[in-house]
Design a protein around this ligand. Structure first.
Ligand SMILES: [Zn+2]
Ligand SMILES: [Zn+2]
Length: 295
């Protein structure tokens, strides 16, 4: 059977689904609420994603979080790093701040026993893509060498402005430049990949896209997905998420991934615009799609 063949029977229960969860009221609440959705995994921001400063996580809170997660049998967790980090910046002040920021984010993951830190590669404004990639790889290497557990997952970029990471070649180059290969990987965002010009909607083009990913980056590097539909078209390079089945990729496109048996066990984490208000609708759409119900 080929990939992208939507006829492969795949049970909803076999999928490792999750969503980005709010930490309002205490970081452990993310786990509690994820469990209410039946999620086997989830993602959080471990600090305010729009600020540099981070409130230390008291040991008691971290312990409560770890206990909640283990009680709910959740795994393959992700923390999403701050949007401010730009390890490849040409400005040394921003680069140094970003390196310290990455270290702090990795430290927080280790404290919370979160396996993966998802990182936007950043942008190459004021410099060449090559120089930016070298800075990103060296920054990640340093962060990993200063911590011991969490992996860094580089997120595929939609390609707005001078963003790095909107093609598989640049992602592979970053990975190649990092010393500790065991603690790195890719977080494949379906909205971003589609926006950057890779078709995953048409089954044949989906198969070609994944073959390209396989030969350029390697499927073993594919550690997580951000599962999002998109408001904008193929190659638009615009990052606008949409609820599952309501956008340009559509439920059939999403099912190309969910029924690809090579991706079994990989976490699929929703980052749809309504957040926790919309996840039940997204999950319903996925269930209906897997059952072959007409939409
Ligand atoms: Zn992201
Ligand atoms: Zn996005």
């Amino acid at each position: 059977m080929g990939i992208g063949d939507a006829n492969i029977p795949m049970k909803y229960e076999d999928l490792t689904l999750g969503g980005h969860m709010s930490t309002a009221g205490g970081v452990w609440n993310a786990s509690t609420r994820a469990k209410e959705f039946g999620f086997k995994t989830f993602q959080i921001f471990s600090k305010n994603q729009m600020q540099w400063k981070a409130r230390p996580i008291p040991d008691g809170e971290a312990k409560k979080f770890r206990e909640e997660v283990s009680g709910a049998k959740q795994s393959k967790l992700m923390a999403h790093a701050s949007y401010l980090l730009n390890l490849g910046s040409a400005k040394s002040e921003l680069r140094d701040k970003s390196r310290d920021g990455l270290f702090e984010e990795l430290r927080r993951c280790d404290l919370l026993a979160i396996e993966n830190l998802v990182l936007h590669p950043g942008s190459a404004s004021g410099t060449t893509e090559k120089a930016a990639i070298a800075g990103i790889a060296s920054g990640i290497s340093e962060g990993l060498s200063r911590t011991s557990n969490a992996s860094v997952l580089i997120e595929t970029a939609a390609g707005q402005g001078s963003a790095v990471g909107a093609n598989f070649e640049s992602l592979a180059e970053i990975l190649d430049g990092i010393g500790d290969k065991g603690r790195t990987g890719i977080c494949f965002d379906t909205c971003h990949v589609y926006a950057s010009g890779y078709d995953i909607k048409d089954p044949g083009h989906y198969a070609e896209t994944m073959d390209r990913f396989k030969s350029i980056v390697g499927l073993d590097r594919l550690r997580a997905f951000h599962l999002n539909d998109t408001k904008k078209g193929l190659g638009s390079r615009v990052d606008r998420h949409e609820q599952i089945g309501k956008g340009m990729i559509g439920i059939d496109g999403i099912l190309n991934l969910l029924t690809d048996e090579r991706l079994g066990g990989t976490p699929f984490v929703l980052e749809t615009p309504l957040g926790e208000e919309g996840y039940r609708m997204d999950l319903e759409e996925i269930k209906k799609g897997l059952n072959g119900d007409p939409n």
